[in-house]
Design a protein around this ligand. Structure first.
Ligand SMILES: Nc1ncnc2c1ncn2[C@@H]1O[C@H](COP(=O)(O)OP(=O)(O)OP(=O)(O)O)[C@@H](O)[C@H]1O
Ligand SMILES: [Mg+2]
Length: 460
């Protein structure tokens, strides 16, 4: 038989001969990996491993699993017995190292199925890692605060639909990252993700950049050019700074969203394009609509689903999580090892208001890695010395800071609706209004619940 056998690592006392035979029939070459030097059998590609825990956990076995997992992409499947699967240490070992477990005795078919699933999952993860290494797709989204968990849920929900999504949020909060995550989790993930920053392209060029042109459409158009919308065919088009879209392109975009067709500049035919549209802005679109700079009908279409990106100052412990993430990611840019953040740096990270949000945090940490002379990054390295004081100057100031934070969060959670925010905080609307005035917070929305009106997007 000249069938190519793929390697299956096995860790356990003695493999069951009948099982080895079944695996071999399914083209798996079982390599007992406990003592043998399995490195010649290790490949760069994801591979499965069987970890026999039917007689409980053996320390040398577990150490070997850890060692192998460091040098290869192994998806471990545990074999357990009815007795062993109730043991605490067996459960812990499965939770720590294995993709899944199978209780034996069972049909060998079942083991084969789980093994193939394990390899499939490992391969998916591997592909994700490769994309990351290539810088092609942003990594995961860091943050486990309540607002970020809500954001993750919202991303999951919108990813499963094909509706247009409007992402609002301050500069640097992660709007583009969110759009990438929606795409990566959607059925369109294998097709292109095309991002266009409408604010960065001169108005006179933007239309042809988006919709393309035919040869001879204007002087200098020596050949046909496919626009970004068409380039995204089958995938997702992300239009950043949508508020900067000129009137002519607004009309074309509206038509495209309604009819799924575009016309290249100078073209006579319309072209069918299947694209999911995600847009974002850091300016207040409602004002742009009210002032007639942005078409209300288009805005309504773009806002079928809305996601609001929380500002970093509302994310609590995410701030240190993100700082550690940035440190891990960029610390190799300097030869000397940095172990973490000094206490004054942690205090400063929390006290500072982060107007530039996540982008600013990442940049500050990155710069600090280079500036830092010790093992720990200090507030001075972050250029945040004036925010490093742990204790506020007075109790009054501490209260004011806490009040401001609570009000901001309540307003964010309730989408700027003052009545609801006040109810959430357990105070009256009038009281909230007065507090905001005392704290010097903008109260434009406090008098009238304007966000409520004309907001076509469902809450996510
Ligand atoms: N939760 C997060 N975890 C990890 N990195 C993040 C997170 N949020 C944002 N980033 C990173 O911060 C930077 C800014 O994010 P992004 O470009 O998505 O923000 P934005 O809201 O589109 O900004 P702008 O308003 O300036 O266009 C990027 O490098 C992004 O990868
Ligand atoms: Mg952006």
């Amino acid at each position: 038989m000249d069938r190519v056998h793929r390697t299956l690592l096995y860790i356990g006392d003695k493999p069951d001969e009948k099982l080895v035979k079944s695996l071999s029939d399914a083209a798996w070459k079982v390599v007992p990996a406990i003592n043998a030097n399995a490195s010649s059998d290790l490949s760069d590609a994801p591979m499965p491993g069987l970890l026999d825990l039917t007689a409980g956990v053996s320390k040398p076995h577990l150490e070997r699993v850890e060692q192998l997992s460091r040098s290869a992409l192994v998806a471990w499947v545990a074999l357990v017995s009815r007795e062993s699967r109730d043991l605490r240490e067996v459960r812990d070992a499965i939770a720590a190292h294995c993709f899944d477990f199978v209780t034996v005795p069972t049909q060998h078919e079942r083991i084969l199925t789980v093994l193939s699933q394990a390899v499939g999952m490992e391969a998916l993860r591997f592909e994700g890692d490769t994309a990351l290494a290539d810088g092609a797709m942003a990594s995961s989204m860091i943050g486990s605060s309540e607002v970020m968990r809500a954001l993750h849920r919202a991303i999951g929900k919108v990813a499963s639909t094909d509706a247009t999504v409007f992402i609002s949020g301050e500069s640097g909060t992660g709007k583009e990252l969110t759009a990438q995550m929606i795409h990566a989790r959607s059925a369109r993930r294998d097709m292109p993700f095309i991002a266009v920053n409408c604010g960065a392209i001169p108005h006179e060029l933007l239309h042809s950049e988006l919709f393309g042109y035919e040869r001879g459409a204007f002087t200098g158009a020596t050949q046909r050019k496919i626009g970004r919308v068409e380039e995204a065919n089958g995938g997702t088009l992300f239009l950043d700074e949508i508020g900067d879209l000129p009137a002519e392109s607004q009309a074309a975009l509206l038509r495209f969203i309604q009819e799924r067709k575009i016309e290249r500049l100078g073209g006579i035919e319309s072209v069918d394009v299947d694209v999911r549209v995600i847009t974002a802005t850091h300016v207040d679109m409602q004002t742009a609509v009210d002032e007639g700079r942005f078409r209300a009908d288009l805005f309504f279409r773009l806002c079928v689903l809305e996601i609001r990106e929380p500002p970093l100052r509302m994310r609590g412990k995410d701030i240190t999580e993100l700082a550690s993430y940035a440190l891990e990611r960029f610390k190799d840019e300097r030869a000397r090892r940095i172990h973490g953040f000094a206490p004054d740096a942690i205090a400063a990270l929390h006290n500072y208001g982060w107007p530039g949000n996540v982008r600013e945090l990442i940049n500050r940490v990155r710069r600090a890695i280079i500036l830092s002379e010790g093992k720990y990054i200090t507030a001075q390295d972050l250029e945040l010395t004036e925010h490093a004081a742990n204790a506020p100057d007075s109790l009054r100031e501490a209260r004011a800071a806490a009040d401001r934070r609570a009000i901001e969060l309540a307003l964010f959670v309730h989408k700027g609706r003052v009545v609801d925010a006040a109810r959430g905080l357990g105070i009256s609307r009038v009281h909230l209004h007065r507090l905001m005035q005392d704290l010097g917070m903008p109260t434009r929305a406090a008098g009238d619940d304007m966000q409520e009106a004309g907001d076509p997007a469902p809450a996510l």
